[in-house]
Design a protein around this ligand. Structure first.
Ligand code: SF4
Ligand code: SF4
Ligand code: SF4
Length: 283
């Protein structure tokens, strides 16, 4: 970033930060929100900056000041070797009416510009309201920022369009991942049809993936076959009615039979599919 640009940004950043401290965040939020009479609701697929609060809280807390996007847009990580930015707007964008995201709030689109997982995560401390919660990316033991704690979403693979699942050699997403062999691995699978070839299929570990989207950006298919979704969209959770394991109610319904006499789905699934399907058919 040139000195000239720094000078352009600093007064704006100082203005919002000072204002937030002097007049109180609530008042400031009302003032700024008032400027956006038309408010679009965000698509559930919207990806927020690192350390963003859960969406409802985020929308109540973000005052649309754009300081996170400014901090991001000017990072050297967004510069190419010849000093030009890969994307002049940086990773974080402030939503316009046409973006299908609540107007004025920050978001990113990995296929255009992913998050480069900057070690110092400059977008987060730039936020004056806590809409980007620095505690979420702080290591409690060292009190230092920890980029690996970022959680913007989770990458999912569309196995129908990923060419590695067709048996073609491609590891573009795997190599693009900053947490290679942790957030994403290549799983070896023998091609049982030919008996000779192998599939090397990308598999994401959702517990490690930060949702940075570098894999999505790198994917070679026309429409990315690996893409980042908000975690609550990508990952299901058991419903409240789901009961784990054998409980008293199950025992009552089973009468005299013991737990070990009853074939569970897990046991069935350990058998080969044909054994299970043909069970009891005398085949
Ligand atoms: S961590 Fe990501 S969003 Fe934040 S400044 Fe870096 S590239 Fe931008
Ligand atoms: S997330 Fe924070 S820094 Fe970014 S626009 Fe909202 S209030 Fe401003
Ligand atoms: S989004 Fe993709 S590149 Fe980023 S951590 Fe997850 S698997 Fe790796």
């Amino acid at each position: 970033m040139g000195e000239k640009e720094k000078k352009k940004i600093t007064p704006r950043r100082r203005f919002f930060t000072d204002m937030a401290h002097h007049i109180g965040l609530g008042t400031m939020g009302v003032m700024l929100l008032g400027g956006y009479a038309t408010k679009a609701k965000s698509s559930p697929l919207t990806l927020r900056p690192p350390a963003a609060l859960p969406e409802d809280d985020f929308l109540k807390t973000c005052i649309k000041c754009g300081l996170c996007a400014e901090a991001c847009a000017n990072r050297p990580q967004n510069l190419t070797r010849d000093g030009k930015r890969k994307d002049p707007l940086g990773t974080l964008k402030m939503a316009k009416a046409s973006d299908n995201v609540t107007i004025g709030t920050p978001f990113f689109t990995p296929r255009d510009t992913p998050c480069y997982m900057c070690e110092d995560i400059p977008c987060v401390p730039a936020c004056p309201t806590g809409a980007l919660d620095i505690a979420k990316v702080t290591n409690p033991k060292t009190n230092e920022l920890d980029i690996r704690k970022m959680d913007m979403g989770v990458a999912v693979v569309d196995v129908h369009s990923c060419i590695a699942f067709w048996g073609l050699q491609c590891d573009a997403c795997y190599r693009a991942c900053p947490l290679l062999d942790e957030a994403i691995k290549l799983q070896y699978n023998r091609n049982s049809r030919t008996g000779k070839h192998a599939f090397l299929e990308p598999v994401v570990n959702p517990d490690v993936c930060t949702g940075c989207g570098l894999c999505e950006k790198a994917c070679v298919t026309e429409k990315a076959a690996i893409f980042v979704l908000p975690r609550e969209v990508a990952q299901g959770k058991p419903g409240d009615h789901y009961v784990k394991g054998w409980d008293k109610q199950d025992q009552q319904r089973a009468g005299d039979r013991k737990e070990e006499d009853i074939t569970t789905h897990d046991e069935r699934s350990k058998k080969k599919p044909l054994d299970y399907l043909n069970n009891g058919l005398g085949l």
